[in-house]
Design a protein around this ligand. Sequence first.
Ligand SMILES: NC(=O)c1ccc[n+]([C@@H]2O[C@H](COP(=O)([O-])OP(=O)(O)OC[C@H]3O[C@@H](n4cnc5c(N)ncnc54)[C@H](O)[C@@H]3O)[C@@H](O)[C@H]2O)c1
Length: 367
Amino acid sequence: MKKIKVGIIGCGNISPIYFQAGQKFDILDIVACADLDVSAAQARAEEFNIPKACTVDELLADPEIEIVINLTIPSAHAEVHLKALEAGKHTYGEKPLAIDLNDAEKILALAKEKGLLVGTAPDTFLGGGIQTCRKLIDDGWIGEPIAATAFMMYHGPESFHPNPGFLYQKGAGPMFDMGPYYLTALINLIGPIRRLAGMTKTTFPERSITNDLNYGKTFSVTTPTHVAGLLDFENGAVGTIITSFDVWGTKTPHIEIHGTAGSLIVPDPNTFGGPVYIKRENQVDFVEMPLTHGFTENSRGLGVLDMAYAIFNNRPHRANGELGYHVLELMHGFHIASDEGKYYDVKSSCEKPAPLSMGLQKNALDR
Ligand SMILES: NC(=O)c1ccc[n+]([C@@H]2O[C@H](COP(=O)([O-])OP(=O)(O)OC[C@H]3O[C@@H](n4cnc5c(N)ncnc54)[C@H](O)[C@@H]3O)[C@@H](O)[C@H]2O)c1
C-alpha cells in the first residue's frame, strides 16, 4: 500500500501519541523527527524506532518528507508551519493554529500560494463520540439545533504538566488551550459563528506546580484564566461557553446541544469516544445511544491521516486551516469583547467539515 512520509517537529509531552499514530494508521509513515533540543528527538526516535533524528532544518531539507507534524509549543507554531510550507511540505500542527491572527493569515496565504495543505488539531471531533452526535443531529433526532452549552472548568494543568508555565502565557490560558476542542466540536455539530460576547478574569497572578516532577515551583500568569462567552451561530442557534483554570470542581456537562425536538449530551470533546445521551420531546429521561462510528480510543493523529487521504484522493481535509483560523478568531474574539465591553463581530467563517462515513476499515479512512 502507498504510504505518505511524515516528519515530526517537537518531541515533547504530546508527541508519543503521534508517533503511535504513525505505527497504527495505514498510510502514515513517520521517517524522521526533530526538536530544538536534538537529544529529545533522539530519545523519541529510539523509543519509537524512527530511522532519523535530526535538526529542524535537516528534517525540512529531506525531499522524501511530504507532511510535517508540528508539535512545538504554541508560540512556535506559526514559525514552524511557515518554514514547513516554505520547504514545500504540507503541514499539520497541534492547536492553536498560531497565536496571532496575522500569523495564521500568513500561513493560510502561503499554503494557498504553494498549493499545499494546512491542518490543525483538534481532531477529536473525528472520533466515534462526536461523529455519532453529528449523525444524530444530521438525521434530525433533536430537530433544528437552537442552543448549546460548553463548559471546561478545572484548576489548571499544573496538576499534571511538568512545565505548565507556557499554558499561562499569551496564546494559552483556558480558552486558547482547551477552547479549540469545544469550539471545533460546536462548529462541527452546529456550524460557524458570526458574533460573540465575552467576559474574562485573571484570578491568581502567580501559581505553583502541584505535580511530583516540579512540585512547588512557582510561575507568573499573564493571560486570563476564566473566560465566559456567548456565541451567536450563523444558523441562529445561541451558545454559552465557559473555560476556566480557576475552578476547584464542577458538575456541569462538557457540551449539550438543544434542538426543537430534543436534547443531546455530547461526550468530552478532548476525547474520541462516548458516551452519547439523547432525550427526545416524548421521552421521560436521557437514554444512552450506541456509537455509530469507530476511532473511539485515543486517536490523535487522525486529522493527519485524513489530510494524507485528502492528498492522495484530492478531496478536502476536515481538520483544516480555515476551521482552525475561525476557531482562533473566536478565541481572540471573547478576549476582545471583554476588553472593549461590546459584542465582537466575527469576520471569518468556515465550512462544516464533512461527516465521516460509517463502517470504515479499522485505522483507515476512505475505504
Ligand atoms: N501535553 C498535552 O497533554 C497536550 C495535549 C494536547 C495538545 N497539546 C499541544 O501540543 C503542543 C505541544 O505541547 P507539549 O505538551 O508536547 O509541549 P512540550 O513543551 O512538552 O514539548 C514541546 C517540544 O517542542 C520543542 N520546540 C519548541 N519550539 C521549537 C521550535 N521552534 N522548533 C523545534 N522544536 C521546538 C521543545 O523543545 C519541546 O521538546 C502544544 O501546542 C500543546 O497545546 C498538548
